[in-house]
Each structure stands twice: as C-alpha cells, then as structure tokens.
Design a protein around this ligand. Structure first.
Ligand SMILES: [Zn+2]
Ligand SMILES: [Zn+2]
Length: 323
C-alpha cells in the first residue's frame, strides 16, 4: 500500500500546479509547510541583509562595487543556514537558491527571485518565487523579537564622511563637510550648507500626493516632513541598491530627501537645490550635476528662518510656489 500512496501524492502535487484551490489538500503536508516557511523567511532575511550591508557601508564609507551581487550572496548564506536547520530537524532535503536581487517598481521595495526545492524520498516539490520586499521600518515581533529594522541611507556618508560629517541620533550633521564636498567640485554657493543636516534612516513620506507639502495647511506638512526626515519617490534620485554603490542618481525609480540648511538669521537668495540627489549628483560635464535653486522659507520663529533652496521642478512636485 506504500507505493500507491507515493503515486497518489505525486498526482496531488501535480494537481496543485493545475488548480490552486486544491492547495488545501496539501496543507497538512510537511513539505508544503517547510516550503511556505522558507518563503516567509526570505523577506525577513532580505531586510536583515540590506540593513547589515547599509550599516557596513555607513561605518566604513566604502561603497560596494555591485550591491545586487553582494546582497544576493549574503542572502544566500543566510538562507543556507536556515535550510540546513530544516534538514537536520526534519530529514527533509530543502534547498533555496536566490536567483537575483534587484530594484523593484516601488522604490521602497527590492525584487527577489528564488527557487525553493523540497525533497523527501521519491517526492519532490519545486517552486519559483518572486517577491517584492519592502525595506521600510519593519517590526520583527512575529518572530518574538521586537527589533525594528531601520536602514540607514548610505549615500551622504560615502560622499562626506571623509570631510568630517558625523551622525547624531537619527540625523547626519554635516558641520563643514558638505561645504567642503561642494567646494571640491567647484560648485557655487556651497557655504549655504554650513552645518546642514539630513536624515540617517530611510522613512517613507506619508504626505501624498506630494503637492500637499506646500499647497495646503500653510507649509505645515513640509515642515513636518522635514522634521521627520521623510523620503519620497523620485525619477532622478537613486534607488537604495544604487545608493549602496555610492550613486546619487540612477535609471531606476528611486528616492529623494531634503538636505536641510541650518536655521539662521542670514538670508541667502540662491544656493545648490536641496534635494539630496541634486547635491550629490556626479553626472555632468564637470563631474557634478548640481544645479541651484531659489531660497524658500517654510517656517520662521522670531528672526530665525527655516529654509530650503528649491528649483522650479521640485517646487512644482511639492506644491511650493515657483519663483
Ligand atoms: Zn515629504
Ligand atoms: Zn538604481
């Protein structure tokens, strides 16, 4: 009676390929459970891999030469540890090959392709998996730990740490480093970024559509966005994987945040435009793609002015009056 049972399970496994509704038949099957469990762990381990890689880049200020391969290899070794455990504990042969890690259509996600194969005796079970995995703040509580994954933006420190930028809490404080960086490129008006700051961790801005930053509530939404250090989708700004390679711009849909000048009583009329990819762009005939913008005061207190420098393209995007 054993052989018919094996044949029956092979037929059932073939059936689920034809009709998803028969999945329930296999729900009690250990192999199905193991495969699902491995699948559930891929996003968790991907976030961990992105976090560790970004933290290393921030610490060493050395960009990685190919972030997609670096993350793929790191993820593969994390997955191998997991599948080895299954094998030891259940006797079921499990293998998960990470095929690729790449930018996703949503710039707050990465796209991971993998193949999970599970085998016991004569029965094997193979699945192709494609996942779009968000790398935003994520709570590990489902695994009985409350660690929150926060991914630091590696780009600003790759560019400015050697000039003296440092991290305090959730922000990067540039001191004189950003002025020095911009000066080294021969960019005019670099002094307006003396003591500027920008967010350390990537958080998605909730103010959507983006023009509500400026065109309702006074400029309260914009101030709130800047105070929280939020990031936005951007056609020009680099995606996370390209930021790990030290690129400020790339061909994928990416992200952008504001580099915030120090609040002051001085009032300069023009300066390099404040979106981070404008400041750090190295795509241009002179080794930079930085362009200037006119000053915009979004808040004031007494005679102290809180301002950004913004070109008209970004003013339109965020609902701020064009100059
Ligand atoms: Zn925002
Ligand atoms: Zn990219």
């Amino acid at each position: 009676m054993i052989i018919p049972a094996v044949i029956l399970s092979i037929i059932l496994i073939n059936l689920i390929n034809l009709d998803i509704s028969t999945n329930t038949v296999l729900k009690s099957d250990t192999m199905f459970h193991i495969s699902n469990d491995v699948e559930r762990n891929i996003p968790i381990l991907t976030r961990l891999s992105l976090k560790e890689t970004a933290e290393n880049v921030v610490k060493n200020t050395e960009p990685v030469s190919n972030s997609r391969i670096t993350i793929k290899n790191d993820l593969q070794s994390k997955i191998d540890n997991l599948t080895r455990n299954y094998q030891e504990n259940t006797g079921v042969t499990v293998y998960c090959e990470i095929k690729s890690v790449d930018s996703a259509r949503d710039p707050f996600e990465v796209h991971v392709m993998s193949i999970i194969s599970v085998q016991k005796g004569n029965v094997s079970y193979i699945r192709d998996i494609c996942q779009n995995i968000s790398y935003l703040d994520y709570n590990f509580s489902e695994r009985l730990s409350i660690e929150v994954v926060k991914i630091p933006d590696p780009l600003p420190l790759i560019k400015t740490k050697k000039y003296g930028a440092n991290v305090t809490g959730n922000r990067i404080n540039y001191g004189s480093s950003l002025t020095k960086y911009l000066n080294s490129k021969g960019i005019n008006g670099s002094f307006v970024y003396e003591n500027a700051s920008s967010p350390l961790y990537i958080k998605k801005c909730p103010f959507e559509p983006y023009n509500v930053h400026g065109n309702c509530n006074g400029f309260f939404n914009l101030k709130n966005c800047i105070d929280n250090g939020f990031y936005h989708e951007s056609n020009d700004g680099a995606c996370l994987l390209c930021r790990l390679e030290g690129k400020a711009t790339c061909n994928h849909l990416g992200i952008e945040t504001f580099i915030v000048p120090d609040k002051s009583t001085n009032y300069f009329l023009k300066g390099p435009s404040s979106p981070d990819h404008v400041i750090f762009s190295e795509n241009g005939p002179y080794g930079y793609g930085t362009y200037s913008g006119n000053v915009f005061q979004y808040y004031s207190s007494g005679n102290v002015s809180y301002k950004l420098f913004l070109d008209n393209g970004h003013r339109l995007k965020y609902g701020i009056p064009v100059y």
